[in-house]
Design a protein around this ligand. Structure first.
Ligand SMILES: NC(=O)c1ccc[n+]([C@@H]2O[C@H](COP(=O)([O-])OP(=O)(O)OC[C@H]3O[C@@H](n4cnc5c(N)ncnc54)[C@H](OP(=O)(O)O)[C@@H]3O)[C@@H](O)[C@H]2O)c1
Length: 289
């Protein structure tokens, strides 16, 4: 067990909970939760609703005194993000900034979970140094938090993730959990055929963080994605067929607004070299579910 203590802010969510579960095998982990909690036997948990309050964030972090603060609070669905600017501002901008300031007080490494939506989605295969031009609210909020962290912190890692695959909790089911939910099997799900990402299993994010801590990676942006570039619609169909479930209720989104392809895929060659990790095909990620 490493002596590095990890604090995961937003640890009750799909991403945070999976990170806590994986990383707690090698590190002492504490997570924060706000409204919901699925307890984990190896993980300490603290209820915390003060992301809007810088002093409360500093007090929490000083009390727990972690070596690493992973920020995994917020929204991952771009449609919900557009509808909820207040939560977006609170969790992605203010909360991330306050927790970064708090991490600096105790000289902890800050790890920020960002998204491929910081890019415009025109070219795809985005490298770390490519120009970021976010079009949606989620991408804009992520980029603003990234810029704050990069301008202020001397010990940070920003990980831009493609959509993450995995199993969530009862309160925070993953997108794939919702797809195979038998209770919802009669409902149609409309998905885009023209928005392309290269999804990656959430375990790969945990491995990347583990390696970044082992190699003490500092002040870097890392890209994390999988080997398969695929639309939301095709991903859902392949997932359901892989598990022998009918894909009839998944229908393609048919809108004049979707007149062109948007490719948000991330190039992650630099991450593989730096962290000595391996990339997975989509079916390999399905096998981990
Ligand atoms: N999921 C993905 O595919 C993906 C990909 C790239 C990046 N990300 C990023 O990863 C982060 C987590 O995503 P997720 O999929 O895990 O979302 P999620 O399952 O909805 O979890 C959201 C987390 O944020 C916390 N939270 C929300 N509002 C809060 C508030 N006002 N105060 C304190 N905590 C609050 C929730 O706590 P409670 O439930 O306890 O209230 C929960 O722990 C997001 O920033 C997202 O943009 C996700």
């Amino acid at each position: 067990m490493s002596e590095k203590k990890i604090l995961i802010v937003g640890g009750s969510g799909f991403v945070g909970w999976n990170l806590a579960s994986f990383l707690s095998r090698n590190y002492p982990v504490t997570l924060t939760w706000h409204r919901t909690l699925t307890p984990h036997p190896r993980v300490n948990s603290v209820q915390f609703g003060g992301l809007h309050d810088k002093d409360a964030c500093v007090a929490l972090v000083q009390q727990l005194n972690p070596s690493v603060v992973i920020y995994a609070a917020g929204i991952s669905d771009p449609v919900r993000a557009e509808k909820d600017p207040a939560v977006m501002m609170l969790t992605h901008t203010n909360g991330a900034n306050h927790m970064l300031i708090a991490a600096d007080y105790v000289k902890a490494k800050s790890i920020f979970i960002s998204s491929d939506y910081v890019f415009a989605g025109i070219e795809g295969n985005y490298h770390e140094g490519d120009t970021t031009i976010p079009y949606n609210a989620l991408g804009k909020a992520k980029l603003s938090a990234e810029n704050f962290i990069r301008s202020r912190s001397l010990n940070h890692v920003v990980i831009r993730c493609a959509p993450l695959l995995g199993r969530g909790t009862l309160d925070h089911p993953s997108w794939l959990d919702r797809l195979r939910d038998p209770m919802a099997s009669s409902k149609k799900i409309t998905l885009s055929r023209k928005q392309i990402h290269n999804p990656v299993h959430v375990r790969e994010l945990a491995t990347a963080i583990d390696r970044a801590l082992q190699y003490d990676v500092r002040n870097k942006i890392l890209h994390l994605g999988g080997l398969t570039r695929i639309s939301e619609y095709d991903l859902a169909v392949r997932f359901l067929e892989h598990f022998g479930l009918g894909a009839d209720r998944v229908v393609p989104f048919d809108s004049v607004l979707e007149y062109q392809y948007q490719d948000y895929s991330l190039n992650f060659t630099q991450t593989l070299k730096l962290l000595k990790t391996e990339a997975l095909l989509l079916e390999q990620s399905f096998d981990l579910l």
